[in-house]
Ligand binder design. Sequence first.
Ligand code: RTP
Length: 152
Amino acid sequence: MLPRMERTFIAIKPDGVQRGLISEIVSRFERKGYKLVAIKLVVPSKQFAEKHYHDLKERPFFNGLCDFLSSGPVLAMVWEGEGVIKYGRKLIGATDPSKSEPGTIRGDLAVVVGRNIIHGSDGPETAKDEIALWFQPKELVSYTSNEEKWIY
Ligand code: RTP
């Protein structure tokens, strides 16, 4: 991985998977020019969901949020690219889809905050922790794509 590259954890939550939005969401990251380096479909346990959202454990919606994340398949991914952590959040849009801009994933495809279809790491430390929580190192695939010389 080149030094200027970074990696972020992106997950399509159970609502996004059930609504058939996987290809739509994956294609937005692909078309932007980011590189997929890990992907798997998992049903997280409630305990695992609580680990993922540990920062939010004091919030009133924590229990419902963890029940929801563990209610069905989640598509867990790692995307690589220059500035992907911050710009990935831009592609995703504001947490509450009623405030997300049109053109963003949540702005275009979701309506309420409790069903906002996607998660993305909010900074370099979180990205590192979340990638380590969801993936084993051997599940991350390093490769050169032919397109890279046309993107960078
Ligand atoms: P995420 O972690 O899922 O990418 O979302 P985020 O950073 O944009 O938002 P965060 O504040 O970390 O909240 C995590 C998730 O909790 C749910 N939520 N529900 N008022 C509510 O009912 C409420 N507020 C937040 C959302 O699913 C949000 O994505």
